[in-house]
Write a protein that binds this ligand. Structure first.
Ligand code: P61
Length: 470
């Protein structure tokens, strides 16, 4: 502990500070509109942060998807785009990067993650089959259901408890998975859908021990194991920091070891891979690849571009290599932790442990006076925007949608508002401003009223739903 009253971030935690492994070469101005303007913008957006114009947003924490800052090398790579319709050199660079860092043999590019989810769901699910997974993700589950699959949540119970301190809350509960296999029979399981980290649980990681155990169980029953690798690099960081025997292993090696347990993966490269657009699907089975290659031309584009420009594939290939650098991952996840520790210190209810890509405010504990039908997480997102123009995302009852059979709301235990941190975009000063805004909303919590849903689209309703103040 230093004897000086003003302390750096590191000193406050009794350690040396870290810093981002880059400096800023180009900037984009930010603007905060005034309170009256924010009131007007929010009402016009139906109290839905997805419907705000980004020009009306000051600090945009809606998502970490496609919002990263690319490096000078990625921008330079864009200039080497080979915009041939077929066989672009950038495709082969992308294929090599995925083979090297994720380890799968066959690669199908797609325009983004859900394009890949669509293809794998269509090819690997027969109508009526079960798809066990470690918590739902909105687009993943929808594509599984559209293909006739029935999603079953087999994540550990701790994942649904925002206060549980378990270090690997993304883990699959082997007992739940085994019970499902016994009850329904291995032939009625399409595949196991494993995501690392688990977005809806708060960016929580899966341990290496867990993926190995899941691998052993699925192999025993001849069931395939597919990975949503969207934030697997961040997952690898948590394994390095928290799981026995990994502290001296590089992120890149941990990532490979994890992926090697699985039969294939899909990816929204808009997250870990530091690009503004792109995705892929990669597998080891030649027969399945043949089917996927046939299908990708129907929905995305030829199998050597999958809906992407050559330059986008080049930026992705370079982004993959940058994304597995230890100093990059560390500063990324530690920035998220910095914000989370500030809020925790101030007794503001957030999901613990702090996850990889975002801070998830626990809206149930924030607004105990509101029932889930008054949309506490949506309300909190609205309040944060009103306070100083910060855009966050509802991850509660609105995001969970309705049961396709009964038409009732899914009622998730987790009613959360996500402050998602883009990669390489905001500074520690921005995090301080965000923390103070959350504190202001918290201090005003008793006076906050809920919302009423007035318009609801059929699919992925949270994107376009509209609300009013009752
Ligand atoms: C996000 F509100 N995530 O977190 P695509 N898997 C996983 C994701 O996180 C993911 C996709 C697949 C987004 C964007 C988004 O309900 C929403 O490239 C773990 O977005 O198609 C995307 O990848 C899909 C926001 C998606 C949402 C769905 O912000």
């Amino acid at each position: 502990m230093s004897e000086h009253p003003l302390q750096t971030m590191g000193q406050q935690s009794g350690r040396r500070s870290w810093a981002e492994p880059w400096k800023i070469k180009m900037v984009e101005p930010l603007r905060m509109i005034d309170r009256a303007g924010r009131e007007r913008a929010l009402a016009e957006a139906g109290f839905n942060t997805f419907l705000l114009k980004s020009d009306d947003v000051y600090i945009d924490l809606l998502t970490d998807s496609g919002t990263s800052a690319m490096s000078d090398r990625q921008w330079a790579g864009m200039m080497t785009g080979d915009e041939a319709y077929a066989g672009s050199r950038n495709y082969y660079n992308l294929e090599a990067a995925i083979r090297k860092h994720y380890g799968y043999r066959y690669v199908v590019p797609t325009h983004q993650g859900r394009g890949a989810e669509h293809l794998i769901s269509q090819v690997a699910i027969r109508r009526g089959q079960y798809v066990p997974g470690n918590m739902y993700f909105t687009t993943t589950r929808l594509h599984q259901e559209l293909a006739g699959g029935i999603f079953v949540d087999v994540i550990v119970d701790e994942a649904h408890d925002p206060q549980s301190q378990a270090p690997f809350k993304g883990n699959i509960d082997l007992g739940k998975l085994e019970a499902l296999i016994e009850r329904e029979g291995a032939a009625n399981i399409a595949y196991v859908s494993l995501a690392g980290t688990v977005n809806m649980a708060g960016g929580q990681p899966v341990s290496m021990a867990n993926v190995k155990a899941v691998r052993a169980l699925t192999a025993q029953h001849g069931i395939r194991l597919y990975l949503d690798a969207t934030r697997m690099v961040e997952n690898a960081f948590f394994i390095q920091q928290q799981e026995d025997g990994y502290l001296d292993q590089p992120i890149a090696a941990i990532l490979r070891e994890f992926c090697d347990q699985t039969d294939g993966a899909w990816m929204s490269a808009k997250k870990d891979s530091l690009v503004n657009i792109g995705g892929w699907l990669a597998i080891n089975d030649a027969g399945l690849f043949e089917e996927l290659r046939n299908l990708v031309v129907v929905y995305e584009g030829l199998h050597t571009y999958g809906g992407l420009a050559g330059r986008d594939m080049e930026a992705m290939a370079i982004g993959i290599a940058e994304s597995v650098q230890d100093d990059h991952v560390r500063s990324r996840v530690e920035q998220v932790r910095y914000l989370g520790e500030l809020l925790s210190e101030w007794q503001i209810p957030i999901v613990r442990p702090i996850g990889g890509h975002a801070i998830f405010l626990d809206a149930r504990r924030f607004y105990p006076q509101l029932s889930q039908d008054q949309f506490p997480a949506q309300t909190l997102a609205a309040e944060l925007y009103l306070d100083c123009g910060i855009r966050s995302m509802e991850r509660g009852i609105v995001s969970a949608g309705r049961d396709p059979k009964t038409g009732d709301h899914h009622r998730p235990k987790l009613e959360l508002t996500r402050l998602t941190i883009p990669r390489r975009v905001y500074t520690q000063a921005h995090m301080d401003v965000v923390a103070e805004s959350v504190l202001a909303a918290y201090q005003n919590r008793d006076r906050t009223r809920g919302l009423k849903l007035v318009y609801e689209p059929k699919y992925l309703r949270f994107f376009q739903a509209r609300f009013e103040r009752p």
